[in-house]
Design a protein around this ligand. Structure first.
Ligand code: EPZ
Length: 438
């Protein structure tokens, strides 16, 4: 298994491009199941999870055409550090689901990526049936899909859960008034996609307001769906008979953006991130400014200049537009070396502090009490061998490794490859001393 070796202590400086958003791309690729016509996506990130989703769709009979669009480094400033051979840019992916012939998402594919559940709604709406493996648990929590099932059942689907699979059937889904017990991002996305082809109107109350939900709604409308209210907590969908093809550009990855901003903040650096914006990061930027960072928003970029030492800043995760749970681990890393004590409350997932024990191995002073972490900033961290446990926990270990004195070796970095495109080449472009070792 690959490992990442980081020689810490270098303030990040320079400019890199942000990739398309993983959590927008995953539901968008599933939306192609809703039509017989080709759907083209641009700015698709090179990520393991995207590859998994494309393989899952291909085994259903979807034709997948993927063009790598890399440009030579010379045509894009890659900032200080090693000049990159090529700067990975988003792919263009065209999906044609006219030949859909196998409405099954098998366990061996679903177990590696929970987002596979996002094929359930579209398959039911398009093919009238689906057999989707239950995702099973995940490192950060049980993450059940009961709200997805509850909503589809309310729309008339007959759903049985047996032998670890969701078996669903529906001649034609009917519009319904749906209320999810808690805000669920992929639950909202699954139900919104299913409702596009249902008979009549569907209202989703307590809907997720995440920007990725809006990006999906925008693409569905371009395909002929009738959706209003996306981005708010009540989404209305009027079902139509068919959807047609479209071309859609994946929105920038706000969590990748926030992660590099935190890396620059923790290392006392100054960076410019292009192909992104501060539009969907207000809560994160507010907190970065509380730590003493200067954050300048441009139309298609964002810049951060860190102070010599950060000030500890407490956070509480909650659904958008509040502070995102996907940025909690990164903020624990920056608070580990900030002046003062921060209180971090994780309200979304029940087990999302696994990075804490690894940060403690690097010298952090953290005490966990239930879903609250007390982080007392220390003057410095010391490099050590640590282990990644989930995607965002890995990102927090990278940030800590960039700050720590000496070398940090991060094991099991396949977690990172799921959600961060070209991580070490982007960090190297910002001057970090990082390399992948087998
Ligand atoms: C999405 O996961 C994201 N993944 C996650 O990002 C993100 O952390 C999460 O939303 C919260 O923002 C994708 O978009 C692909 P939820 P999702 O349904 O949809 C409970 C990353 O690092 N719940 O909003 O699976 C659930 O257990 C990943 O990129 C139920 O109980 O999250 C959790 O406690 C990690 N029953 C809470 O709701 C359900 O049917 C929020 O989960 C659904 C959810």
């Amino acid at each position: 298994m690959d490992k990442l070796l980081i020689a810490g202590g270098v303030p990040l400086a320079g400019e890199i491009a942000i990739s398309g958003a993983k959590n927008a791309a995953l539901p968008l690729l599933c939306a192609a199941l809703l039509t017989r016509e080709p759907v083209t996506f641009t700015n698709v990130p090179h990520l393991n999870d995207i590859g998994t989703m494309l393989r899952l769709l291909a085994q259903m009979g979807v034709k997948v055409n993927r063009e790598n669009s890399k440009i030579p480094a010379g045509t894009q400033s890659v900032g200080a550090g090693d000049a990159l051979k090529e700067v990975p840019l988003g792919d263009t992916v065209t999906l044609d689901a006219s030949g859909l012939n196998n409405a099954v998402a098998p366990y061996e594919m679903v177990k590696t990526m929970r987002a596979s559940i996002l094929v359930l709604g579209p398959l039911l709406a398009r093919a009238g049936e689906a057999r989707v493996s239950l995702p099973g648990g995940c490192a950060i929590g049980a993450r059940p899909v009961d709200q997805h099932i509850k909503g589809l059942t309310a729309m008339g689907a007959e759903i049985a859960v047996e032998q670890g699979y969701v078996h669903a059937k529906a001649a034609r889904l009917k519009g319904a008034r749906l209320f999810t017990d808690m805000v669920t991002v992929t639950g909202t996305e699954n139900l919104m996609m299913a409702a596009c082809l249902a008979q009549g109107e569907t209202v989703i109350e307590n809907a997720a307001r995440e920007p990725e939900v809006v990006d999906l709604a925008n693409c569905l409308v371009a395909m002929g769906a009738r959706i209003s209210g996306a981005g708010g907590d009540v989404i209305r969908i009027h079902g139509v008979e068919v959807l047609h093809g479209a071309t859609h550009r994946i929105m920038p990855d706000r969590i990748e953006t926030g992660t590099y901003l935190c890396a620059a903040a923790a290392t006392g650096g100054e960076v410019r991130l292009t192909g992104t914006s501060s539009a969907y990061l207000d809560a994160v930027i507010d907190k970065l400014m509380d730590t003493g960072c200067e954050v300048i928003s441009e139309r298609d970029a964002i810049r951060l200049k860190a102070p010599p030492r950060l000030t500890a800043t407490s956070i509480r995760t909650a659904p958008y537009p509040a502070f995102p749970t996907d940025m909690q681990a990164q903020f624990m890393a920056i608070n580990a070396v900030a002046e003062g004590t921060a209180v971090i409350r994780e309200t979304i997932f029940e087990n999302r502090f696994m990075h804490a024990v690894e940060l403690i191995r690097l010298g952090a002073d953290i005490r966990i009490d239930g879903n609250t972490a007390f982080v007392k900033g220390v003057p410095k961290l010391d490099g050590a061998t640590v282990m990644a446990t989930d995607l965002r926990a890995s990102a927090s270990l990278v940030i800590a490794g960039l700050v720590a004195q000496g070398e940090t070796l991060i094991e099991r970095i396949y977690h990172l490859d799921r959600g961060y495109e070209g991580l070490e080449s982007k960090l190297a472009a910002l001057g970090a001393r990082v390399r992948r070792v087998k």
